[in-house]
Design a protein around this ligand. Structure first.
Ligand code: TRP
Length: 456
């Protein structure tokens, strides 16, 4: 069997939408978005994030899908297949590294969701709880080095087990029913949140831009968040696009993913910020924000402990469909380019990732040095989040724009997006965005960040 024949394909367009949405929707929406919005002053950050989703996220998503669909390869192999240059495969390599780097801190947070799921199952969130009590629970859970590492390892193990099984078997099955359920529960929580006493204050913080809070760092975070949330800038969507059936409309599927992903982030914000002002938690509480705030609202719902269990179970699953896509990129590189077998690749690379994850797992109180790694608010995990999740993804997105816009060419990219006979709407606009607007915007932001030396 040829390498292509046994890579597998999504069984349907819905399968792809759900799997790609599964990659996009995850802790980035529910944990990272509120945490970044809170640290960056709220409304202005949210507005710029939304702008970036439309002007940069969607065009880059289409660019990645076009590459993947044409090349039918992992990021490194895809660049090799499309142009003869030596340089471009290194961009794919940067993507594979970035995926590994993100997975290493992401699985730590994902581990926290498991721990909260266990607490919810034992009924911990069924009774009234203050922000201070909730904070103490968080500190207790996360500050324990042994627990933190064990939870991270458990989550990586789950990821390895699914990725071992291969694309349509493992990933698709895991996503199909559970994503819509997550959406439903978020809507219920949002309805509850907007009727809390702090609702007005929270919604204002989230939606009313205060441009005096705007700095280069805020703009950089918004860019990073838009890319991170849509799983862009490292080739995940190259890999997923490569499994997309030739008979289906890939740009419609991509646009649907962008819409779902953004909706879920906004919903998460609509839940967290009213709850946060009601409970008296500071918006810039950092990586623990969502974990500290949410337990304070479950008990205000009828059947609160049921909702708590359902929410953390679905959040853990949403995180799993994201970690799967991260490990999948790394694994598909070693399988396609280095001839490893899938199972060996999943075990070895997942295991290696745990080693890199340990310092992040110890960075919330488990170890003093890692907790204040680069100073106040810059614990080891947050630093990883910034390096891989903001800078590296931005650089990757910039290079992908240059590749599609100027090297491989937008004509070929559009042809790839139109396979199956589906005309790309506003193709002319997309060409302008991918050649000029996106690369310039990202390059200017990166240059400013370097020039002002503003570490977020
Ligand atoms: N987008 C996911 C989230 O929001 C995280 C993620 C999965 C990701 N795969 C990625 C981020 C690839 C960047 C690149 O939780």
């Amino acid at each position: 069997m040829s390498a292509t024949a046994n890579r597998g394909e999504w069984s349907s367009r819905t399968g792809f939408i759900l799997a790609a949405a599964g990659s996009a929707i995850g802790l980035g929406n529910i944990w990272r978005f509120p945490y970044a919005a809170g640290e960056n002053g709220g409304g202005a950050f949210v507005l710029i994030y939304l702008l970036f989703v439309v002007l940069i996220g969607v065009p880059v998503l289409l660019a990645e899908l076009s590459i993947g669909r044409e090349a039918e390869k992992n990021p490194v192999g895809a660049f090799k297949a499309l142009v003869p240059d030596k340089f471009w495969p290194y961009v794919g390599g940067l993507g594979v590294m970035t995926g590994f780097g993100i997975l290493a801190f992401y699985s730590v947070i994902a581990g926290w969701t498991l721990s909260y799921l266990f607490s919810a199952l034992s009924g911990d969130f069924g009774t009234a709880i203050t922000a201070a009590e909730s904070g103490a629970i968080f500190t207790e859970l996360i500050g324990n080095p042994f627990k933190a590492i064990l939870l991270t390892a458990s989550f990586l193990l789950l990821t390895i087990l699914v990725v071992r099984g291969g694309v349509s078997g493992g990933i698709e099955r895991a996503t199909k029913i559970l994503m819509p359920l997550l959406f439903l529960i978020l809507v219920i929580l949002a309805v509850r949140a907007v009727t809390l006493p702090g609702a007005m204050q929270g919604l204002e913080y989230l939606f009313k831009p205060d441009f005096s809070k705007l700095t280069t760092g805020v703009v950089m975070s918004a860019l990073g968040q838009a890319l991170f949330s849509m799983s862009l800038g490292m080739g995940a969507m190259i890999t997923y696009g490569s499994y997309f059936p030739k008979s289906e409309n890939i740009h419609f599927a991509g646009a649907s993913v962008a819409v779902f992903d953004t909706l879920i982030a906004i919903l998460a914000g609509v839940i967290i910020f009213p709850a946060l002002f009601t409970a008296g938690v500071e918006p810039d509480a950092g990586p623990g924000l969502v974990f500290v705030v949410l337990p304070t609202i479950f008990n205000t719902l009828p059947a609160g402990s049921f909702f708590a269990v359902a929410f953390y179970a679905l959040l853990a699953i949403a995180a799993l469909t994201s970690t799967i896509s991260l490990l999948e990129v790394v694994v598909s590189y070693f399988v396609d380019e280095r001839g490893w077998n899938r199972s060996k690749a999943a075990w070895l690379l997942g295991g290696a990732c745990l080693v890199l994850a340990v310092p992040s797992a110890l960075a919330q109180g488990g170890n003093d040095y890692l907790t204040s790694f680069l100073g106040e608010g810059l614990d080891f995990l947050s630093v990883q989040n910034i390096i891989w999740g903001n800078y590296s993804l931005s650089l990757g997105a910039l290079l992908i724009c240059v590749f599609v816009g100027w090297r491989w060419g937008t004509t070929k990219a559009i042809a790839s997006l139109e396979v199956g006979g589906f005309k790309l709407p506003a193709a002319g606009l997309w060409v302008i965005l991918i050649r000029y607007v996106c690369p310039l915007a990202v390059a200017v932001i990166l240059a400013f960040i370097i020039y002002t030396q503003q570490y977020l």
